[in-house]
Write a protein that binds this ligand. Structure first.
Ligand SMILES: Cc1cc2nc3c(=O)[nH]c(=O)nc-3n(C[C@H](O)[C@H](O)[C@H](O)COP(=O)(O)OP(=O)(O)OC[C@H]3O[C@@H](n4cnc5c(N)ncnc54)[C@H](O)[C@@H]3O)c2cc1C
Ligand code: SF4
Length: 524
């Protein structure tokens, strides 16, 4: 791809925030370059199952250039997306709107009437991402419905709103159904459950099929497999005259770095892209960045508990990745997540789930659990198809505690900032998982790191560049502009300034839409 020497905007990362920025800035007449670390993936390129590590996992040191990255910190293990379209390639399509509390808490609480101001942008985000109510309840959803009835939560169970193209008949090719013919041709969903290894059917509304596709139509350039390493103000101070951006191949061993200039920069690398980059740059290239950088990092305080059933007649992989949701109480939600058939790569790293914070008690309970019913556990571990026989229950809470990321000799490391450290031991989550396990005659399992070390896992890492009234309270202002610099913004999960308590991509999209709506058209 031939690059210009200078752009109006360079966008670092092509996830939810980056894609919104790419389209809206292009519509306003700006020249835009999106630089993305991951690869382009078409429907035919996705792995058939998650055993194909080369296409599923992002681990460049082992030459794995897939769509999902696993990062371990002292206090949390994080799953995130990589590729053109960012987390949309690997995510479970679910787009819930957060409750009132999200808009009135955290460092952004008094900066605007967020619930009202964001309303139109949530509507735009839902329309652009093509969110509709899931029309199909698979066996895993029906089991959740039964559990919700038994837990007196019948009225709190509902199908999810998801970014998927459904039709009256599966596997039907249709011309662009969303953007008056400006979008790509699509195929209706066949409920194969493979959304989290990448939709092989062109049915999932990933960002390359909406925002990025339309942005390209308006001239935006997308440069894949290149990682941004440095952003320097041309004036050595506030960036008034623009920036020079240095980037380098992320998929080749030896490559020369290149540079482009831009009048403005949008950081959109997600929490695990934007934060490590800015934490490095604030030491030299961008010293004016607020000292709050890296603070106020939250997850949804999640628990991820797998339930595996030896009952071969149940195919838990049928349906979309997350087909239903239960509002457990005003702070908590529960969703069943599935992989497609054949996707059993989690099996070797799963252990019996034990809800016990004390390490020694946990190990003794684990031993008792296995020794008291060895055959039952063997049957669970020996199921023929782990993908078909397993559902992952995702329990999310809006209760707050924050951690901090900082630069260390290990790269980026975590520390507890406020409240208690995120925990893998949430009573309600374990209680509901036991009920669910009884419903399908299965056993609850967690990733071994949770069982052994108690470190919880999250797919929803948020914050670190939060909004504030001033650099003393935040890294960006209420319009996503970085304090201390001109024409520099953050539009990704790191801007999220309170705990949404539900899957965050819709909120990232809506807040980015608002930030972009405030930028004047070129020349105005
Ligand atoms: C398995 C899984 C399931 C999920 N399911 C859901 C769900 O159902 N609903 C929901 O709302 N959320 C879900 N999420 C979370 C969701 O994917 C993220 O919250 C969302 O993608 C974050 O968006 P973002 O804009 O912050 O950036 P991301 O989508 O994370 O994109 C950032 C992009 O920037 C790139 N990048 C980073 N650093 C650089 C750099 N230096 N140079 C160039 N490029 C860079 C990365 O490669 C990446 O592609 C899920 C996540 C996972 C892992
Ligand atoms: S269920 Fe299958 S076809 Fe439907 S969106 Fe998910 S991966 Fe695509």
């Amino acid at each position: 791809m031939e690059l210009k020497q200078e752009y109006d905007y360079v966008i670092i990362g092509s996830g939810f925030g980056g894609s919104v920025a790419a389209l809206r800035l292009s519509e306003k007449g700006y020249s835009v370059l999106v630089i993305e670390k991951g690869k382009w993936y078409d429907a035919k390129d996705f792995p058939k199952t998650n055993w194909n590590f080369r296409k599923w996992l992002w681990l460049p040191s082992l030459r794995l250039f897939g769509i999902m990255k696993l990062t371990y910190f002292r206090h949390i293990a994080v799953l995130s997306g990589v590729g053109v379209g960012g987390g949309s390639l690997v995510y479970a399509n679910t787009l819930p709107r957060p409750k009132k509390g999200f808009f009135n808490h955290g460092s952004w609480a008094n900066l605007a009437d967020w619930e009202n101001e964001l309303d139109e942008h949530y509507k735009t985000a839902l329309r652009m991402l093509g969110a509709v109510k899931n029309p199909y309840m698979g066996p895993a959803d029906n089991a959740l419905k039964s559990v919700s009835e038994k837990a007196n939560l019948t009225n709190h169970f509902e199908p999810t709103h998801v970014a998927v193209l459904f039709g009256s008949k599966p596997d039907t090719v249709v011309p662009d159904p969303f953007f008056d013919g400006k979008g790509p041709e699509r195929v209706t969903c066949n409920y194969c459950g493979k959304c989290m290894t990448g939709c092989p059917n062109n049915s999932k509304n990933t960002l390359d099929k909406n925002y990025l596709h339309l942005a390209q139509g308006l001239g935006a350039q997308i440069l894949a497999e290149q990682e941004v390493k440095d952003v320097k103000p041309l004036d050595g101070e506030s960036g008034k005259t623009g920036y020079v951006i240095r980037f380098q191949s992320s998929t080749q061993w030896f490559s020369r770095s290149q540079t482009v200039k831009a009048k403005g920069v949008v950081f959109a690398g997600g929490v695990l892209g934007t934060l490590p980059l800015l934490l490095r740059l604030c030491r030299n290239s961008l010293p004016r960045i607020s000292k709050r950088l890296g603070y106020d990092i939250r997850s949804n305080n999640e628990a991820l508990i797998g339930i595996t059933t030896p009952n071969n007649s149940l195919d838990l992989s049928k349906g979309i990745a997350i087909g239903s949701i239960v509002e457990v109480d005003e702070n908590s939600h529960l969703e069943p997540c599935r992989y497609g058939n054949g996707s059993g790569a989690w099996r070797p790293v799963m252990m019996p789930a034990i809800n016990e914070p004390n390490f020694f008690k946990r190990i003794s309970k684990l031993t008792v659990k296995i020794v008291s019913a060895p055959l039952a556990w063997l049957r669970v571990y020996a199921v023929k198809d782990f993908g078909k026989s397993t559902v992952f229950l995702l329990f999310m809470q809006s209760i707050d505690s924050t951690i901090r990321f900082r630069k260390s000799i290990w790269g980026t490391s975590s520390a507890v900032s406020t409240g208690t450290a995120p925990t893998a031991f949430i009573n309600k989550a374990h209680e509901l998982s036991e009920m669910y396990a009884r419903e399908i005659n299965g056993k609850p399992l967690t990733i071994f790191t949770e069982t052994l070390t108690g470190i919880p896992s999250t797919a929803h890492i948020l914050g670190g560049c939060v909004m504030g009234e001033s650099p003393e309270t935040g890294v960006i202002d209420k319009n996503n502009r970085v304090f201390g610099y001109e024409n520099m913004m953050v539009c990704d999960g790191s801007m999220i300034s309170a705990n949404p308590g539900v899957n965050p991509s819709l909120s990232i999209t809506a807040i980015s839409e608002r930030a972009m709506s405030l930028i004047p058209a070129k020349g105005q």
